[in-house]
Ligand binder design. Sequence first.
Ligand code: GTP
Ligand code: MG
Length: 156
Amino acid sequence: DERTFVMAKPDAVQRGLVGEIVSRLEDRGLKLVGAKFMQIDEDLAHEHYGEHEGKPFFDGLVEFITSGPVMAMVWEGADATRQVRQMMGATDPAEAAPGTIRGDYGLDLGHNVIHGSDNEDPGANEREIELFFDDEELVEYDRADAEWVYEDTGDH
Ligand code: GTP
Ligand code: MG
């Protein structure tokens, strides 16, 4: 199954939304295979958001993402990257649909609660997982309810 990188951003940690974010992904049937509560330093921030280097909001983005602890996670499931992006909602919480994480918990583009790998950037999920996690920090196991989440359990 596909794996994707997800992060509760510093605003989510400070606002006590980590549990809510984890719950939503768990309830969907996605499987948590890695998690790390950590502080992102300047170098990691530059690598993670390298695609935005040079843009007018880049310095503010780095400042924000390094401003406090984050919960970095890896989630696994069918079509996981795209499904998580759908659950996150639009980048700007002001435009994100109600029912999405950003649409329910955010109001400001710069503080948009959650990160998920870009499903339109091939390989972004694997790249980000590698940037934040060593192989041995990811766990392989079956969720007990997999046969109820998926019609064909054999693939999961
Ligand atoms: P991430 O999951 O954080 O990568 O968000 P995203 O993939 O939905 O958006 P993108 O990668 O394009 O932008 C990364 C982050 O930069 C966003 O989450 C925003 O917080 C911020 N950002 C993007 N565009 C703008 C902008 O035009 N102005 C400002 N101030 N911030 C922006
Ligand atoms: Mg992005």
